[in-house]
Design a protein around this ligand. Structure first.
Ligand code: GDP
Length: 332
């Protein structure tokens, strides 16, 4: 592969400083971001992407620190992107988490941790996370962990960027248990009942594993039985078993259309975000794309006509339009 120079070359060579700056560019929507990401693209696609999601206080940050320890012990390098969708700015509440994780990393060069916010990235947070994942991937991190608070659809969309989604829950009964089941059905490839050192954890694990949750992938692929594991992130108990379960899922999906369809969905999202971003910039700039007075008089009608023309051009460009559904892009 040709040797890159400049910011992309520095990132590929593993420069923490350049990777950090590039992620800041991504957050802020810096105009040069696009070009650097383009140069990084051929160097991506190698990292194993692991999502860690769950309600606030479930112990995600503690678990991520434990995962870092376990993975480093196995000689694997780790990148972490900690996402806080509720906060438009990095820092704040997240800083505590980040410090804790950095503590766990203990100045280890094999670990790179960043919190992510999307101040300027008009493509939205999921697009920014996709791009940041590519940066850590191109840097050569073996495993990239995406940590996000899972409370709603938007957050689940972020978790879906990962190859394997670990849903972190805590012991609970009744309504809490019902809510957990909904979350599992929605998103989980692997379920962790964390705080396994507290009463009721084993009971919750038993209740949940008794449900026989499965994930179904694209047609022609076997369903994946979702494992439910009791873990104590605080005491590092069950963490090796968790890593083994994540690796098993990664191996299970890796050789099938499951993975290729997932990757295609991710690349499609990146494409759409880039197009939307650029189009928005052009159209909002009075000195950019010319819009006649008649268009401005009827913005909705004009927008429809504009999009129709754009999609006609798209069809000419690609020779296809609505080529039929791409099955399996959505997890059920
Ligand atoms: P997050 O909001 O999901 O990132 O949760 P944190 O990692 O910040 O943890 C929330 C609280 O739960 C903290 O006080 C942790 O010390 C505690 N905690 C995390 N994991 C465990 C565990 O395995 N056992 C117990 N007893 N407490 C834990």
């Amino acid at each position: 592969m040709e040797t890159k120079t400049g910011p992309a070359g520095e990132v590929i060579a593993g420069s923490v400083r350049h990777a950090g700056r590039l992620i800041t560019w991504i957050e802020n929507g810096h105009p040069d971001t696009r070009e650097v990401l383009r140069e990084l693209a051929p160097h991506t696609g190698r990292a194993q992407l692991v999502g860690v999601t769950g309600p606030p206080g479930a112990g995600k940050s503690t678990l991520v620190a434990a995962l870092i320890g376990e993975l480093r012990g196995q000689g694997r390098t780790v990148g972490v992107i900690a996402v806080d969708p509720s906060s438009p700015f990095s820092g704040g509440a997240l800083l505590g988490d980040r410090d804790r994780m950095l503590d766990a990393a203990g100045g280890d060069r094999g670990v790179f941790i960043r919190s992510l916010a999307s101040r300027g990235a008009s493509g939205g947070l999921a697009a920014a996370v996709n791009d940041a994942v590519d940066v850590l991937d191109a840097m050569g991190k073996d495993v990239v962990i995406i940590e996000t608070v899972g409370v709603g659809q938007g957050e689940f969309d972020i978790a879906r960027i990962a190859h394997t989604v670990v849903l972190v829950l805590v012991p609970g009964y009744g309504d809490a248990l019902q809510a957990m089941k909904a979350g599992i059905t929605e998103i989980a490839d692997v379920v962790v009942v964390n705080k396994g050192d507290t009463p009721g954890a084993d009971r919750t694990t038993k209740d949940l594993s008794g449900q026989g949750f499965e994930r179904t992938g694209p047609p022609g692929t076997e369903p994946w039985p979702v494992p439910v594991l009791t873990v104590s992130a605080l005491r590092h108990e069950g963490v090796p078993e968790l890593v083994a379960a994540v690796d098993r899922h990664h191996g299970f999906t890796g050789s099938t259309r499951w993975r290729t369809e997932g990757e295609r969905a991710r690349r499609r999202a990146q494409f759409a975000a880039r197009v939307a971003d650029r189009l928005r910039t052009e159209l909002l700039d009075p000195a950019g794309a010319a819009l006649g007075d008649e268009m401005l008089a009827d913005p909705y009608g004009a927008a429809e006509a504009y999009l129709d023309a754009l999609l006609r051009a798209h069809r000419r460009l690609t020779g296809r339009h609505r080529a039929g559904p791409e099955p399996g892009l959505e997890k059920p």
